[in-house]
Design a protein around this ligand. Structure first.
Ligand SMILES: Cc1ncc(C[n+]2csc(CCOP(=O)(O)OP(=O)(O)O)c2C)c(N)n1
Ligand SMILES: [Mg+2]
Length: 335
């Protein structure tokens, strides 16, 4: 379907900025995977490769005062909102110059100044927090909206159902607008959607709570941008919660320890690779005559330089000083 919202087509110079962004996210994730294997990143690591169009599209409609939360696959969201790849990479490396001073790591990225309220490792645990933040925003009489990103695995968690119930019930009067972005990448770790639920139309689960919803092709940045701007405007205007199920695919293993991927066939992954969001954007930009191959290559080189610099910065940054072991661990209520 042609975009009905102006400014979300991949047929103009602005689109090159989105292209640079999704390429940078992909290269960042690949660099993070390499650094993990080299032992430079501790803890665990889940990368976003294949899903870049979802965060890039929805966060394009994010405004000052809005808030967002997601689970542990959070690097892209932090890169976009912080616009500081050095600090994000340094955080993965556990360095004092990291986004949260090296104390959060991959799964707990946080950038409150830019509306990013985490990064969470407990599946589904952040969903009630998101609804609670929407409640707080209403209480404080601000007009921001809240993006709550969740996975297809998280939707079966009790926390989702309790939170969605309250969002639907209190909706317009009690909460600021809440936009649920369900990133259906077809698997929760190694469990396919079909093996996790008898009702595989996941977006329809929002019907139980009176929350309207739609699906979007999460591999197609142009489709995500159009959807994101339209539904964001809708929740801002109506004040009511809304949900989008972005149909997407993780082109890489679930996490750093998922070597064999026994739960899916190589053929399935190969088929989805043909719809790699980056390849789709490239084809659209070339077909629209916005760029030629050479310019695309230059943009990829620019993105690579940014990521190389982030790795260098992280590598050379100091670890947090021992004297800071207890700072920022608990809220300071003394003053
Ligand atoms: C409460 C809880 N149960 C189990 C886990 C282990 N676990 C980590 S990731 C994951 C799958 C979640 O899948 P999904 O929500 O689809 O996110 P995706 O990894 O696909 O991005 C599980 C079960 C956890 N972190 N928290
Ligand atoms: Mg999933």
């Amino acid at each position: 379907m042609a975009s009905s919202v102006s400014g979300t087509r991949l047929d103009n110079a602005t689109a090159l900025g989105w292209y640079r962004q999704i390429v940078m996210i992909r290269l960042f994730e690949e660099a993070a995977q390499r650094a993990f294997r080299q032992g430079k990143i501790g803890g665990y690591l889940h990368v976003y490769s294949g899903q870049e169009a979802v965060a890039t599209g929805f966060l394009d409609a994010f405004r000052d005062g809005d808030k967002m939360l997601t689970a542990y696959r959070d690097h892209a969201h932090a890169l976009i909102l912080s616009d500081d790849p050095n600090a994000v990479m340094a955080e993965l490396f556990g360095r004092g110059t990291g986004l949260v001073k090296g104390k959060g790591g991959s799964m707990h990225l946080f950038d409150a100044a830019h509306g990013m309220l985490g990064g969470y490792g407990i599946v589904g645990g952040h969903i009630p927090l998101g609804v609670g933040i929407a409640y707080a925003l209403r209480y404080q009489q601000t007009d921001g909206i809240v993006h709550v990103y969740l996975g297809d695995g998280a939707i079966h968690n009790a926390a989702f159902h309790e939170a969605a119930n309250l969002a639907g019930l209190w909706g317009r009067e009690g909460l600021n607008p809440t936009l649920f972005i369900l990133e259906n990448n077809q698997y929760g770790m190694g469990t396919s959607v079909e093996r996790a639920t008898a009702m595989t139309d996941l977006g329809a689960k929002f019907d139980s709570y009176g929350i309207e919803h739609e699906k979007v092709d999460g591999m197609d940045l142009e489709a995500v941008l159009e959807c994101a701007h339209r539904v964001t405007q809708r929740v801002r205007e109506t004040g009511k919660p809304y949900a989008v199920e972005a149909m997407t695919y993780r082109l890489v293993p679930h996490g750093a320890g998922d070597f064999l991927e026994r739960y899916r066939s190589k053929d399935e992954v190969r088929q989805w690779r043909e719809r790699d969001p980056i390849g789709l954007v490239e084809r659209k930009l070339l077909e629209a005559g916005v760029v030629d191959e050479q310019r695309l290559g230059e943009i990829r080189d620019e993105a690579k330089r940014i990521v190389d610099e982030a790795v260098r910065f992280a590598d050379e940054s100091p670890e947090p000083p021992l004297s800071e072991l207890h700072t920022d661990v608990y809220a300071d209520t003394a003053g």
